[in-house]
Design a protein around this ligand. Structure first.
Ligand SMILES: [Zn+2]
Length: 160
């Protein structure tokens, strides 16, 4: 995947192609936002950064909504793929449901990408924990769930 070269000042969505940014501006913000280069965004004047607040789209057609959804789904594609890999490790064949919930949550948030990144982070932590508990269970010669209880007890003995 190419590095994003343009960014929308109204909603911070990024684009690898200038054309995509322009279409986004037209369909999502009725052409009222500004889509600038990453350089201008990062190093530009404060004027640029403080620019236009999101304009409310007035008349969105079915096709506009399709495009918006496609853009939003595309923005979480990378995170989704890694989540899928981790979720398969963590949940086995029951991976679809938690991941589906994350997609729904992500689409209903104001920043789908950030929401998905947060889910990915928690899944990473969870996945590491599970591997550690599993490793401990081998040494303790017990099931992972018993090993987890046993590790809790060990930690508890150090709390006062
Ligand atoms: Zn935008």
């Amino acid at each position: 995947m190419a590095f994003p070269r343009r960014i929308c000042l109204a909603c911070q969505q990024d684009f690898t192609r200038k054309w995509n940014g322009e279409r986004h501006n037209e369909t999502v913000h009725n052409g009222l936002a500004r889509v600038v280069s990453i350089q201008e965004y990062l190093y530009g004047s404060t004027n640029t950064r403080a620019a236009t607040s999101p304009a409310l789209p007035s008349t969105l057609t079915e096709k506009d909504l399709d495009d918006i959804l496609t853009d939003s789904l595309q923005s979480i594609e990378k995170e989704f793929e890694e989540c899928k890999r981790l979720a398969k490790n963590v949940y086995g064949q029951n991976w679809v449901e938690p991941l589906g919930r994350a997609v729904v949550e992500s689409m209903s948030s104001s920043n789908p990408k950030r929401t998905m990144q947060e889910y990915l982070r928690s899944l990473r932590r969870f996945s590491v924990n599970i591997r550690m508990v599993y490793a401990a269970s081998v040494v303790l010669k017990m099931s992972p769930s018993l090993a987890k209880e046993s590790l809790k007890t060990l930690r508890k003995s150090h709390l006062h």
